[in-house]
Design a protein around this ligand. Structure first.
Ligand code: AMP
Ligand code: MG
Length: 500
């Protein structure tokens, strides 16, 4: 806590609100509901510094009042964003920020522009049946998983803070403590934003949204012949790369609706997401995903489907002739598959330490055999890749021990090792490189759950410890053995819930 009496918490950030300025019609001005007794539960000091804010000032009562929405900082213009979306394939014309607010855009000292957004800050005009609130558990869950993704090097929205509101809210499981998450993102533009704009029938609005998105995410395309097309190509490429990164770490988003697919290529909206332990392409954690639409193995396909929905909103900008516009969109969309496979292969070669192996086709054949190997033998995804490096250091015991049938591993490993230099020193160097891309610590489901349960009951110790672990996912540290292994086998199947 800073005792500086001159501190003015209302001038914490440098705001410049281009969305509010440029996109009238795609938002509603709104104010957060008052939190009766705000208390800072989790705070990302490093991120605050990145944003050019003074972390000590933000952590004071005045700063926390801004982070929970009780005080509107100078320059902030809170708005609820309008967007549509396909949820589980069904189109909802009007979703929008039902319980969230964009406080404004912060331009950090490096000139980087980012959204500061609140989630759980009360009902807005888009709330429909919802209460506008969020519980402590799910907001801390977003905090820890998004920070884990960031530490893993995966594009993601960030979490600046979770503030308990002091209010209790009604959920299926009973009354729970409420919280507000302060989220930072390179923007909150999503496929659903374009769907909403297109559905108004106002082509000029779609064009303004394209210009806004280009200015924020692809400024070099501003003067191109068809900025909408360049933007679309860019989003397709970014999203293909993104989903490949998810697949590399066994991340399952869980609710890949078009309103949760960003234009920036950042992962957004951590609801029922989780990391897969035992490899199974059919893995689904979300309690409401009965059909397995958003299962681990379906993610690339679903993303491509979402991008087709984006294309539909831009057709008239691609070409006035619909047939030609569809042909252009189809060609770009078809490129998604190649881009995804290339990104997946490249990342997998790094994970296996065979980035330099030739021919690349031989390396990719070894890569392609991995999913089936892990699936058939129900191997823990994170452990498999992490333990492989010790095989290059001369001890394949740990990774072989994951297999009840070690001969299956041996058969694959022979093809793998044939691509790795035989030289001992070179192998040790490659092993070190593998350890920089294959995490030892991911937020294990049972540990996340235990930390959130404890936090809900009032103790932040397990949560703080977990955040500390996942911030350094590649560095093995003594004493953290329990964070590196899956849940005991007797724990039933893991379930996550959307009613957050
Ligand atoms: P999500 O599943 O988090 O992407 O949310 C889908 C939509 O439901 C968005 O429009 C949210 O703003 C809205 N929503 C989710 N939970 C609530 C809530 N408790 N109150 C109001 N709106 C909500
Ligand atoms: Mg959402």
């Amino acid at each position: 806590m800073s005792a500086d009496a001159s501190l003015d918490a209302t001038t914490l950030f440098q705001f410049d609100n281009s969305y509010a300025r440029e996109l009238e019609g795609l938002y509603e001005r709104w104010q957060a509901e008052r939190a009766p007794a705000p208390r800072l539960l989790a705070f990302n000091r490093h991120l605050a510094e990145e944003l050019g804010a003074d972390p000590d000032a933000l952590a004071t009562d005045e700063g926390v009042a801004v982070l929970v929405g009780n005080t509107t900082a100078e320059g902030s213009e809170p708005i609820a964003l309008a967007y549509s979306g396909h949820q589980f394939g069904n189109y909802s014309p009007r979703l929008g920020d039902g319980r969230a607010l964009l406080l404004g855009e912060i331009v950090d000292p490096q000139g980087v522009r980012r959204d500061l957004h609140l989630k759980g800050s009360g009902r807005t005009r888009f709330a429909r049946g919802g209460d506008g609130k969020a519980a402590v558990g799910p907001m801390l869950r977003e905090y820890v998983i998004s920070e884990a993704m960031h530490a893993l090097g995966i594009p993601t929205t960030r979490s600046l803070a979770v503030v308990a509101t002091g209010e209790r809210i009604a959920r299926d499981t009973g009354m729970l403590p409420g919280a507000v998450l302060a989220r930072v993102a390179s923007s909150h533009l999503r496929v659903g934003s374009f769907q909403y704009a297109a559905a108004t029938g106002d082509v000029d609005l779609v064009r303004r949204l394209v210009d806004h998105a280009v200015a924020r995410h692809l400024p070099e395309a501003a003067d191109s012949e068809i900025p909408a097309l360049e933007l679309f190509r860019h989003v397709v490429a970014r999203q293909a790369d993104l989903v490949a990164r998810w697949m590399h770490v066994g991340f399952i988003h869980g609710v890949m609706n078009t309103d949760n697919t960003t234009i920036s290529g950042e992962t957004i909206d951590y609801g029922p997401c989780a990391f897969m332990d035992r490899f199974d392409t059919a893995t689904v954690f979300s309690s409401i995903d009965h059909g397995g639409r958003y299962s681990y193995g379906n993610q690339p396909r679903v993303l491509q489907w979402n991008l087709a929905r984006l294309a539909e909103t831009l057709l008239s900008l691609f070409d006035p002739d619909t047939e030609r516009a569809v042909a252009i969109a189809t060609e770009v969309l078809q490129g998604f598959g190649d881009r995804y496979v290339a990104a997946w292969h490249a990342g997998m070669r790094d994970k296996l330490g065979i980035a330099g192996a030739t021919p690349v086709t031989a390396a990719d054949a070894v890569v392609d055999a991995v999913p089936e190997l892990l699936q058939t033998h129900a191997i823990d995804h994170t452990r498999f890749f992490r333990l492989l490096s010790s095989a290059l250091r001369g001890d394949d015991g740990p990774v072989r021990a994951l297999f009840t049938d070690p001969a299956a591993f041996d058969a694959w490993a022979a093809t793998w090792l044939a691509l790795v230099p035989a030289d001992v020193d070179q192998r040790v160097a490659i092993a070190a490189e593998m350890d920089r891309v294959n995490p030892i610590y991911v937020p294990r489901n049972h540990l996340v759950e235990a930390a959130l349960d404890a936090a809900t009951a009032g103790s932040m110790e397990a949560f703080d410890a977990l955040v500390d672990v996942i911030r350094h996912p590649f560095d093995e540290r003594p004493g953290l053995e329990a964070y590196a292994v899956p849940a005991p086998a007797d724990q039933g199947p893991y379930r996550t819930f959307c009613g957050t």
